[in-house]
Design a protein around this ligand. Sequence first.
Ligand code: AMP
Length: 217
Amino acid sequence: MTTHNGNAQKLPDVKKVLGNPKITFVLGGPASGKGTQCAKLVEEFGYTHISTGDLFRAEVAKGSREGAMMKRIMNEGGLIPYQLTVQVLINALIANPSKNYLIDGFPRARDQAVYFEQVVGEAQSDLYFNTPLDVCVARCMERAKTSGRSDDTEETIKARLRTYEEQSKPVVEMYAKFGKVREVDGSHDTLTVWKATREAMLPQVSWIVGPKISGKT
Ligand code: AMP
């Protein structure tokens, strides 16, 4: 593969290393509820949760040149180049071996989806939090009071919403055409959204056996 700056970077034989895990993408606008509901899905069903936003913030915290570039793009509300995004994601998947992944905040653009499919494989489904933009803005502004995130400013939030509308929503629409989208109304309170999320995911988690599911259903 080629990185964003043109340097050749060899990826491991990812399909072989990962061994065909089940993958659920988690999409939705900024503060649509992805992170909160993923934490609940992890607790209830034992998924391995990987958030591309968290991966990039960790890279930024390392203080590398690449991290500085990521920080600039994040503060502009844009998207990290797709090759680098998929590379960072694959590294995280390999470092956290699992049979069941929730990949949160990915793919945010078609090029990422296509590239990931080539290198890793198809996702089982796409959990989509359909949350009105005004609710996303209000939650982001509320979160900004405590998050310490440099991209939770009014200007960046507007840019992130634009990026979401222009680049990420078409990905959800693409998966919808393939019948892969599990849509949840993310506009309500956490518990109401959790009930809907759990219901949406249950048909695909029958394979996660264990006392948690049998005890709670
Ligand atoms: P999040 O924590 O999901 O809100 O992501 C924060 C920021 O990280 C986004 O606004 C993007 O700048 C960047 N980012 C996260 N995920 C991706 C992705 N899949 N592709 C490109 N950039 C991403």
